[in-house]
Ligand binder design. Structure first.
Ligand SMILES: CC(C)(COP(=O)(O)OP(=O)(O)OC[C@H]1O[C@@H](n2cnc3c(N)ncnc32)[C@H](O)[C@@H]1OP(=O)(O)O)[C@@H](O)C(=O)NCCC(=O)NCCS
Length: 405
């Protein structure tokens, strides 16, 4: 078997490369569907693996921004990764990941991020689990807000696709710039992904997409996207919250007040919430949230100097990290000192030792150095080193990526 890996050259090849992961969803993408991805997945960001001229694997990148502590940063959003079952475990994924990450580095994108289909796959390429997310299932009869909150404020309206296209992106954009984990959504991204209700598979046995706009003080302040699912076998209805955002604490309270109070539902489901979502404090009975925690974003520092210099730190100060290994980029290995917000190679004695995966885990502030040390992923190399590192890397909110890309 001689496998060749290169980027695709036309929409037909793009569709066939997407078909490798499509196989596992029961989806054979057409050239037209390939074309509709082009505005956020350029041809030269989709690698394909060829066996004797036939495409048997694919791995793509959305070249977008991910908000890191301090603001948005260029990021390779890795996606649509698959190898046909006829070619599994012969090193095809490894070949594609190696080519893709070399290309990301050449383009100067300081980090890559992805959602992992399986948590066992990506560590070997230098990705570390960087955030956690929570799914909830709350029985409607335990879904009261806590007593003592202010009475209802503002108003919620159900809006059509066009009005949602005008208002929701503006609310999201205000949040994005200050919310670690949010990704850049272009207008195309919004219309083809977040607000699209034409694709049957998006419905997942539920009804049409509802778009609720919250207005406070005469202006848009939040939104919710949700569907109602009537269970097939039981006389039971679920409210499936796809995304709910408020620009501040008041707006968050009011959009959730609306969602939790929709009549005749048996339960409210929401996915991909951050571990510190205000809902835990807003509801009267947090025990009934039925939380399930799982891994969220995985982050891969590509160019450690650039990545560390691009994020903001909780305070002035200095910390020295020794990166002991990187499975792909030897250039990242060595001692780095962060001082005045800039990372430079150094000869100092390190405060902590870690590999590039562990650096990915602490990069967004989703895990602390101390937490990683307790699991033997980070080693304290000088007394007080963990505390010095955590003092700088600490963030005031858990990273939150509200959608799987
Ligand atoms: C996951 C998938 C892409 C792996 O492709 P592959 O070509 O079989 O992988 P490779 O042969 O290159 O294996 C690379 C390494 O990953 C390991 N690996 C691959 N798939 C794995 C899995 N599902 N779980 C754990 N390890 C896995 C291999 O053992 C190998 O390890 P090594 O380098 O230490 O020897 C492929 O099985 C697939 O398409 N699965 C279904 C779709 C999917 O999950 N895609 C990922 C979307 S995020």
């Amino acid at each position: 078997m001689s496998i060749r890996v290169r980027t695709v050259r036309n929409t037909e090849e793009l569709a066939r490369a997407m078909g490798a992961i499509g196989h596992y969803f029961g989806w054979i993408p057409t050239a037209e569907q390939g074309e509709s991805f082009l505005s956020y997945l350029p041809l030269d960001r989709m690698h394909a693996a060829f066996d004797d001229g036939r495409i048997i694997g694919g791995a793509g990148v959305y070249p977008f921004e991910l908000t890191v502590p301090g603001g948005p940063l260029r990021c390779a959003g890795v996606t649509i990764v698959g190898v046909q079952p006829t070619h599994r475990r012969r090193g095809v994924l490894r070949r594609m990941m190696t080519a893709q990450l070399a290309d990301v580095r050449e383009r100067g994108e300081p980090i890559a991020a992805l959602w992992a289909s399986e948590d066992t796959i990506y560590g070997r390429y230098g990705y570390g689990m960087a955030s956690q997310c929570v799914d909830i299932t709350l029985p409607r009869d335990s879904a009261e807000l806590r007593p003592g909150l202010p009475p209802r404020e503002g108003q919620v309206r159900l809006v059509d696709h066009d009005e949602a296209m005008r208002e929701f992106p503006r609310v999201y954009e205000r949040l994005r710039r200050r919310s670690t984990g949010f990704v850049l959504r272009t207008r195309d991204w919004w219309s083809k992904r977040n607000l699209d209700d034409t694709a049957e598979w998006r419905r997942g046995n539920a009804g049409p997409l509802n778009r609720a706009l919250l207005e406070l003080d005469g202006g848009p302040a939040g939104y919710a996207l949700y569907r109602v699912a009537q269970h097939q076998t039981e006389f039971k209805r679920s409210l499936r919250v796809i995304e709910a955002q408020g620009i501040d604490a008041r707006a968050t309270r009011e959009i959730w007040r609306f969602l939790l109070a929709i009549d005749w539902m048996d339960e409210i489901e929401a996915r991909l919430l951050p571990v510190d979502h205000p809902l835990w404090q807003l509801v009267a009975r947090p025990r009934f949230l039925g939380m399930k925690v799982h891994d969220g974003l995985w982050v891969r520092p590509i160019d450690i100097g650039a990545a560390l210099s691009a994020r903001a730190y909780a305070r002035d100060g200095r910390v020295t990290l020794e990166i002991v290994s990187d499975p792909l980029f030897e250039e990242n290995v060595g001692v780095w000192t962060i001082a005045d917000g800039v990372a430079r190679r150094a000869r100092r004695r390190p405060d902590v030792r870690l590999d590039v995966q562990a650096l990915g885990s602490v990069y967004l502030g989703g895990f602390s150095f101390a937490e990683l040390a307790r699991a033997e992923r980070v080693e304290e190399a000088a007394r007080g080193g963990l505390a010095r590192a955590d003092d700088l890397f600490r963030t005031d909110a858990a990273p939150w990526c509200p959608e799987i890309f």
